[in-house]
Every structure is written in structure tokens, then in C-alpha cells.
Design a protein around this ligand. Structure first.
Ligand code: CA
Length: 292
């Protein structure tokens, strides 16, 4: 049996504990590198705002290591919620028609059922991923609403089952936490909310001792990806591209100027989100260019 890490009852959630990543939050569980766990998560709209489950301590993790999170499965409920939240969203102030809204979407047979205000049902394929996933920063505590070098609220759809996320470790034990699963999300997460769901996430938590990375990285079967977060948006792209140059040089033997020029020809990028305190861009490179 896979060990399950339970979420707290809603009434016990505390913003200063469950909506922050930071060294002051005591771990709720400790795992050995290589262990598989099932983690229960709340959705981002739950009472205290974007609660995460954790922190989970990874035995032996130290500053300068890399935490390797293999995302194995996401179990979805039969419905999720999307919304327009007052004062939030990328077009806040750009259009004046927005009233706060809340809409339940059924999730059935792998499809999201979105019913428009005039009663049409549109189906969109579910593609669940983890919106907020990260480790404790070195000395400050950071709200779970923000992304950064520690991971956090990246809202990056590539952090999905079948892919592996790498995060820099800053604190002993890494102090890893996650929440904010989305059943599906468009690029940019433009209104600030996706199809928000509570979930059960199955992960393998591994550790690389002699490897230090600057920003979160993702691997899929076909691509390597770097995740940069900043404002303005172009600086998020710069962070992600710079990390990609570093990765190509350190792991794949590229001369840095070559990597820079080649990314100018072959990179793909997506806007993960333009709604959180820092914006997030994902840069991707096809693995076919990385073979000998
Ligand atoms: Ca989010």
C-alpha cells in the first residue's frame, strides 16, 4: 500500500501555516528519497485561499540539492469550480463587464462539462496538473499565491502525470508542499481561476545530491522545460531561457553561445499564467536536439 498523507479538515486550516511556504512551518510527514506517497489536496478556493498540504520533509535533503518529483497520478473528483474573483484576473481593469461569478463544472469520463450562461454545454478534455507545488525558501516565508525559484503557484500545465518536476532545495528536508490542482487550464489562466479541484496526487519523491539548479525544471518523454517567474512577463521568459542555457551546458555538453543561438531557432514557450504576484513562462526544447 502506498502511504497516504492526509489534508487537514477545512476548519483546521490556518492561513499562517497552510497558505505559506517557509522554514517556520513544521513538517507533517517525513519520507525517504525514492518513496511514493499519495497526497490529499484542497482546491485553491478553499476558505484560507490556496492551502497546500505539507510540508513534507525529505530525509537527507540539504541546501544545494535537487528535489525530483515524479508525478504519477492525479485522482479527480466528479466536479470542479471556476470563478471570476473580484480584484483578480489578467483583465481586471481592462474590461468593465466583470461581476464575480462561480460556476461548477461536472467532470465525467475524462471531460469537463462547461455550461454557458445561456445554457449550452461545452466539453473540454480534462488535463489535470498541480498548480502550486514547491519547497521552503531559504529564510523567508512566501505566500502560496506566489511562484518563484522555490516553485510555488506556477500554474504550469506541464506539471502533470507522466512528467517529472525538479526543484532547488534551500532548507534541510526541503519542506515540500503542494495543492491547487486544476482539472484543466488554458494558457495564461486569464481570469485567474481554472477548474479548481480537490485531488489525490500520487508522487515519487527523489533526491539528487550533487546537482544544484536555479529554477524549477520539468522533464517529459519528449521535451525538457524550464519554468521562470517574474514581472514583467518578459523577465519571466528571460529567467526560463537562461535556466535552459545553463541546463543544456551542464547536462548536455552545449557550448553556451551555441545553446543561446540554437534556442533562438528551436525553443517553444508558453505563458503559464499572468495573474499571480509574479507571472510564469515555460520554455521547452525538444529532446531530439539533445541526443549525441
Ligand atoms: Ca493557482
Amino acid at each position: 500500500m502506498v502511504r497516504r498523507i492526509e489534508r487537514k479538515p477545512v476548519e483546521k486550516l490556518d492561513r499562517l501555516v497552510d497558505s505559506v511556504l517557509g522554514p517556520h512551518v513544521p513538517p507533517i510527514a517525513s519520507v525517504k528519497p525514492g518513496e511514493v506517497v499519495e497526497v490529499e489536496t484542497w482546491d485553491a478556493l478553499t476558505r484560507v485561499t490556496n492551502p497546500v498540504t505539507g510540508p513534507i520533509e525529505i530525509e537527507g535533503a540539504e541546501r544545494g540539492d535537487t528535489l525530483v518529483v515524479e508525478i504519477m497520478d492525479i485522482e479527480m473528483p466528479d466536479k470542479g469550480v471556476t470563478a471570476i474573483v473580484s480584484g483578480f484576473g489578467a483583465l481586471e481593469g481592462w474590461l468593465n463587464l466583470f461581476e464575480p461569478r462561480r460556476k461548477e463544472c461536472e467532470i465525467r469520463d475524462g471531460m469537463i462539462h462547461y455550461v454557458t450562461e445561456d445554457g449550452r454545454t461545452l466539453e473540454i478534455e480534462a488535463d489535470p496538473f498541480i498548480g502550486t507545488i514547491g519547497v521552503s525558501p531559504y529564510f523567508e516565508a512566501i505566500t502560496t499565491l506566489s511562484p518563484g525559484t522555490h516553485g510555488g503557484n506556477m500554474d504550469c500545465p506541464d506539471i502533470r502525470p507522466g512528467n517529472t518536476l525538479m526543484l532547488p532545495v534551500f532548507r534541510p528536508g526541503a519542506l515540500f508542499a503542494l495543492g491547487d490542482v486544476h482539472a484543466v487550464q488554458g494558457d495564461g489562466e486569464v481570469c485567474g481561476v481554472a477548474v479548481e479541484i480537490p485531488a489525490v496526487v500520487t508522487l515519487r519523491l527523489g533526491l539528487e545530491k550533487d546537482r544544484t539548479i536555479g529554477w524549477p525544471r520539468v522533464e517529459s518523454d519528449d521535451e525538457i522545460m524550464t519554468v521562470g517567474s517574474a514581472r514583467p512577463l518578459e523577465d519571466a521568459a528571460r529567467q526560463a531561457f537562461r535556466e535552459m542555457v545553463d541546463w543544456m551546458a551542464s547536462d548536455y555538453g552545449w557550448e553556451r553561445e551555441d545553446a543561446y543561438m540554437f534556442l533562438s531557432l528551436a525553443a517553444r514557450a508558453r505563458i503559464a499564467q499572468i495573474v499571480d504576484p509574479l507571472y510564469t513562462v515555460v520554455v521547452k526544447l525538444d529532446r531530439r536536439y539533445l541526443e549525441d
